[in-house]
Design a protein. Structure first.
Length: 202
């Protein structure tokens, strides 16, 4: 029987969950999402083994998330201005670089497993976790990014628990991304507070 890791998913507050739904960020884990569907399709066999096809599918979903992060953060980098813009632009550029590295790791793992990294525009546009709005102000934009990272954290935690000990190599790749996304969420929360204080002082 497959054992799961010791990762636990902390509950999301009602206020935060409502914000994610409003911003379109809660779809990555709903019953009809690509990630959830892949897990449900293996609901019976997962008790004994996780199929290679399912893992490749999850990795391609994770790859799509990283590519979308690259595109979003890169666009925000070029459009960011105003109070606090210098630090925000520096942070966004760092996130672009890190997401690119993680995307490379995911694509490499997919190929190692005999699959193909799917980077079609149609696939990216169909990702439910890409359906979010941009804030009008710098603070709102970073708040949206924070909610996106928190949603991604929840998704990666579920992926890791789903894989358990069946595929430690893939699990390690996902765990590294999770650690990075948790760091991003912490940084973004700090930026939101900093921007709020600047706004309050004006």
């Amino acid at each position: 029987m497959m054992k799961t890791t010791g990762v636990t998913v902390p509950p999301i507050s009602r206020k935060e969950a409502g914000g994610q739904t409003f911003l379109g960020l809660s779809g990555a884990l709903h019953a009809g999402s690509p990630i959830r569907k892949g897990m449900n399709d293996d609901a019976i066999t997962v008790r004994f083994t996780v199929t290679t096809e399912t893992v490749i599918g999850l990795l391609n979903d994770a790859l799509a998330m990283e590519v979308l992060d690259i595109l979003r953060y890169k666009r925000q980098y070029f459009t960011t201005n105003g109070i606090g813009a210098r630090r925000v632009k520096r942070t966004l550029l760092q996130y672009v670089s890190e997401a690119q590295t993680q995307a490379d790791h995911l694509a490499t793992r997919i190929v190692q497993m005999g699959g193909q990294a799917v980077l079609s525009l149609e696939r990216l546009l169909n990702r439910s976790y890409a359906e979010h709005v941009e804030g009008d102000s710098l603070q709102e934009m970073i708040t949206v990014d924070l909610l996106a990272e928190r949603s991604a954290i929840e998704t990666f935690r579920e992926m890791i628990v789903f894989l358990g000990t069946e595929d430690p190599t893939t699990g390690h790749v996902l765990e590294r991304i999770l650690v990075q996304k948790e760091a991003h969420a912490k940084d973004l929360a700090s930026l939101v507070r900093e921007l709020a204080s600047h706004r309050g002082g004006t």
